[in-house]
Ligand binder design. Structure first.
Ligand code: GLA
Length: 741
């Protein structure tokens, strides 16, 4: 902890006029005493990573202030920062802006006035340091603890908040942000996401003038269907890939969230991140801890590319299950059969999958329900017994078929949901989320189970537990979630706690995921929510993979994956080659293009191999083998964005292995250019002095790589002169492997 040492000249003058020189000794003693007294009042708290520092200070009135957040420079004179400091965790009562915390105390007082009490710093290991700051209301027995976990090498700060009180009665929480950061810049540009089913992760950049901008979800469940709890904030200018100050932040929470940016009349920006206060006031009994989710953030002085690489490195180590491992190449029957399958059909697919080199077969929706068979999406959800008509020999038979073909077996589940047409609903109509005196409001013919109810939690856990216990061959689960909350209401929570639902539901789902993951660490799990509706770092630690979108059209996937890749790494990003014309968009693209796109993530396929031509099968088999040989570059490598789909019809990105010895460069043309697209591709992230040999992969009988194939160039050359080759055709693509000994 660092202490400030102020020098008070006015004190000195005053004293000298009253004292003789011989008493100077006394002056010095006086000044020393004054400095010591001040230094006891002024505390600085430094939360540092390799490249960032968040500097907080406690002023003489014990207010916690943010002095600085940015590049980790040796901060010379801390005193100069005080004049621009801002309250770090604002509360209603002492701020006229949107506040981090607003509660009504048990006696009805709506204001909160927090004073700093103490901080602790714990070194968890060589990389992680935990700083906690205790703030206490100056009158009421209410404590707020801010926690900051700093990941040194990855440059990520994980911040959250806990509140507890000992008042005589309930304290009602209305605003409960996890973090509150301040910024000062001439201009601010915010990049965030918009979208919907099959159209996820579109990036929007907007200037932030004076006023308030909120990015939030009010969907309760499947909260990321329309936006994601992640943002990029660029200071001074529009966001650039390799230059400029950018802050990236994401809330680790699958529930309703709110990211709020308020620019005041002095052009100061206050950012709040946390659970959405919307319809969520929370009555907290005494001595009960209210925990806000983690908010993860980083600052880059060199553009958004660095933000991405930091989040990816962090995620592979801490944010996603088995982030340091590999991933199996999967064949999914969803787009191949939808609900229309039987044992024979699946057996054929499994055989083909084995012969093509797949490593895993995933049986999607439609395998369960007997009284109400799941033959389409209007029945059976909740009745997790194998449909004996479709699968007379049950799951074990399919597992055997997979084993015989040397591949693993996976299964689709949607644990939180129920169709009104199901035995489960007949038995427990009170288990669904719905408001009293309102008609049921199904989406995709389904309702949401009320997970705030412990009995429902037990049902969900027990069915998952039984499923994998009784079918030991299941090595993969796809956990889906296909609707959001409307008519919010819980028959369990009681009339005083209806507004707790949006908080208790995500808490319960995280608890379930954690419990299941703990008991079955070897099962690979994919998080899915009608596509990318549940993509957050609250859920991700329990899953190895995520399904970004039901839209498997390679052209659309380029943009969807481009957007999500800012925060989420390729190792989890399931990307499947599917049939053409695409089932959702009707677009036809070459098989090579589809592979070249899918191989930027976790490769899979969503089609009937039997419907492929011999030539297509040969191409696919070779591409699958190539992916096996090179997948670690994509799954574990650093991502560099070269040409964005938001600015040109030529898109390019590359992955560089950690040792910088191998790289894969992916390059696409999205639209026909009769004059040729002549964009020069300047590579990034290579070792300038190393000599890289170029080989094209996923080759067809046509190549534009004549000038490069098999040739060797220095990293410096490739990053300066770049690769220069023309492209003409719509959906043309190529992938280059760069290797250096
Ligand atoms: C959702 C998923 C799909 C598929 C279907 C099954 O839409 O996103 O991948 O699993 O459900 O009903």
């Amino acid at each position: 902890m660092l202490k400030a040492l102020p020098f008070f000249t006015h004190d000195l003058k005053l004293l000298l006029s009253f004292m003789k020189i011989r008493t100077c000794v006394l002056v010095i003693i006086f000044l020393f005493a004054k400095c010591t007294a001040f230094s006891q009042e002024v505390t600085l708290i430094k939360i540092a990573t390799k490249n960032n520092v968040l500097l907080l200070g406690v002023d003489e009135k014990t207010n916690l202030k943010q002095l600085y957040f940015g590049k980790n420079i040796p901060v010379g004179n801390y005193e100069s920062l005080w004049s621009h400091s801002e309250l770090n965790y604002s509360t209603y009562g002492n701020s006229a802006a949107e506040v981090a915390l607003r509660v009504t105390h048990a006696d009805g007082n709506m204001t909160t006035d927090l004073g700093y009490k103490k901080n602790t710093v714990t070194r968890i290991n060589d990389n992680i340091t935990l700083t906690t700051i205790l703030l206490i209301d100056r009158f009421y027995p209410l404590e707020v603890t801010l926690t900051y976990k700093s990941y040194f090498n990855e440059d990520i700060i994980e911040q959250s908040m806990e509140l507890v009180h000992n008042e005589k009665g309930l304290v009602t929480l209305y605003n409960f942000a996890s973090a509150n950061l301040s910024f000062k810049s001439s201009k601010y540009f915010l990049t965030y996401y918009s979208g919907d089913w099959a159209h996820e992760f579109n990036m929007i950049e907007t200037a932030l003038p004076e006023g308030t901008k909120t990015i939030d979800s009010k969907l309760g469940v499947r909260t990321n269907q329309r936006t994601n709890p992640s943002f990029l904030l660029s200071l001074g200018d529009k966001m650039q890939e390799d230059n400029g100050e950018v802050i990236g932040g994401t809330l680790a929470w699958p529930g309703n969230f709110q990211l709020l940016f308020e620019v005041d009349h002095t052009n100061k920006l206050s950012a709040l991140a946390g659970m959405n206060p919307y319809a969520s006031q929370y009555a907290l009994p005494a001595n009960t801890i209210f925990k806000a989710p983690s908010f993860l953030y980083t600052y880059s002085a060199v553009g958004s590319g660095e933000i991405t690489r930091r989040f990816h490195r962090w995620a592979r180590k801490y944010g996603i299950a088995d982030g340091d491992g590999s991933r199996d190449i999967l064949l999914n029957n969803w787009e191949a059969t939808y609900f229309d399958f039987d044992e024979q059909k699946l057996t054929n697919i499994i055989r083909e999958a084995g012969s093509m080199g797949f490593e895993l077969f995933l049986l999607d929706d439609g395998w369960f329900g007997n009284k109400y068979p799941r033959n389409n999406d209007d029945a059976g959800l909740g009745d997790w017994q194998v449909n004996t008509k479709k699968l007379p020999h049950g799951i074990p038979y399919l597992v055997e078929q997979c084993k015989a073909n040397n591949i693993k077996f996976g299964l689709w589940v949607e644990p939180e949901m129920v169709n009104p047409k199901s035995e489960l609903y007949e038995k427990h109509p009170d288990w669904v989320i719905t408001a009293p005196n309102r008609p049921l409001d199904p989406q995709r013919n389904q309702l949401i189970l009320d997970l705030s109810n412990p009995a429902v939690q037990d049902f969900v856990y027990d069915f998952l537990d039984k499923l994998v216990k009784e079918n030991p061959g299941i090595s993969y689960l796809k956990w889906d979630c296909n609707r959001y909350i409307t008519n919010a209401g819980s028959s369990y929570l009681g009339k005083d706690k209806q507004s707790h639902l949006f908080i208790e539901y995500p808490r319960a789902i995280l608890k379930l995921m954690k419990k299941f993951r703990k008991k079955y660490p070897a099962i690979t799990m994919m998080v899915c929510s009608g596509g990318g509706g549940r993509m957050d770092y609250g859920s991700m630690p329990y899953f190895q993979e995520y399904w970004p979108s039901d839209n498997t059209d390679a052209l659309d996937r380029i943009t969807i994956q481009w957007g999500l890749n800012y925060f989420f790494p390729a190792i989890g990003m399931a990307s499947h080659v599917s049939v053409t014309p695409n089932h959702i968009t009707g677009r036809s693209t070459p098989l090579k293009f589809r592979f070249d796109v899918a191989m930027t993530g976790k490769l899979g396929m969503d089609l009937q191999p039997q419907q492929m031509t011999g030539e297509e099968k040969i191409f696919s088999k070779t591409a699958i083998q190539t992916y096996k040989d090179l997948r670690d570059i994509v799954l574990q490598g650093d991502l560099y964005r070269l040409l964005s789909p938001y600015s040109t019809n030529r898109v390019a990105q590359m992955f560089v292995s950690e040792d910088q010895k191998r790289s894969l460069v992916f390059n696409y043309l999205l639209k026909k250019n009769i004059y040729a697209d002549k964009t020069i591709l300047k590579l990034k992230g290579l070792k300038p002095d190393a000599l890289y040999t170029i080989t094209e992969i996923n080759k067809t009988n046509f190549s534009r790589m004549g000038a490069y194939e098999g040739k060797t160039f220095s990293g410096e050359y490739l990053m300066t002169a770049g690769l220069q080759f023309d492209m003409y055709n719509e959906y043309e693509s190529n992938v280059l492997l760069l290797t250096t000994p």
